[in-house]
Design a protein around this ligand. Structure first.
Ligand code: HEC
Length: 185
């Protein structure tokens, strides 16, 4: 028993030394093992769940809140999360983990699911996520602003470019991110 224990401790120390001296490849182009990815996902989901499950969700249908959320989203989020009708940006393709593309997901029809997602999204937008490119917007924005962005993202599932432009008061021309084929300004 003692021998096994010593072997385990020695291997752990050897592993920590190897990691501290460059054995681990931190490149964003080097994907995690599947098992590591599963573990990180589980850790991320449970961590957010524990911290967001008691949040009180305000009414997310107020038109003012939604349109403010749409404008914030259009200004600050599309460079990574894109928007209906927008091509991937140079920044979005280089991210690891990738930013989720909300408008590609199915619309949410279930009310319980919508509430759970609202809490998760609010918490992530406010606090950001460690070791990913997702910033903490709560350092610069009020909770009301963040609920607005949450409300808008919940409506993004399968949204058409026309609907998006209407809600964000944007035109195709203004869609952020530049386009090599048509030049930029
Ligand atoms: C610089 C890139 C970047 C910007 C800008 C950015 N995000 Fe993110 N965001 C990410 C990445 C990357 C993830 C995924 C992290 C992960 O997989 O754990 C993410 C995750 C999220 C999530 C969690 C989604 C889920 O399914 O749990 C939400 C919500 C979110 N972002 C909202 C926003 C909003 C709103 C804005 C603008 C105010 C924004 N993000 C701006 C990179 C970005």
């Amino acid at each position: 028993m003692k021998i096994l224990f010593n072997l385990l401790i020695t291997s752990l120390i050897a592993l920590i030394i190897a990691l501290a001296f460059g054995a681990y490849n931190m490149a964003a182009t080097e994907k995690h093992w599947e098992i590591t990815e599963k573990f990180i996902e589980r850790m991320r989901e449970s961590s957010i769940d524990v911290r967001s499950r008691d949040l009180t969700v305000p009414s997310l249908d107020a038109p003012d809140m939604l349109s403010a959320g749409a404008e914030h989203y259009h200004e600050m989020c599309t460079i990574c999360h894109l928007a209906p009708g927008m091509k991937p940006t140079e920044l979005s393709v280089g991210l690891y983990p990738r930013a989720p593309i909300f408008h590609e997901s199915e619309p949410i029809s279930d009310d319980t699911e919508r509430l759970t997602r609202a809490r998760t999204y609010f918490w992530v937008i406010k606090n950001g996520l460690k070791m990913t490119a997702m910033p903490a917007w709560g350092l610069s924005h009020s909770d009301d602003d963040i609920w607005g962005m949450t409300a808008f993202i919940l409506k993004l599932g399968k949204m058409t470019p026309e609907n998006y432009q209407e809600l964000t008061h944007s035109t195709q021309h203004e869609t952020p991110g530049h386009d090599h084929e048509h030049g930029s300004h």
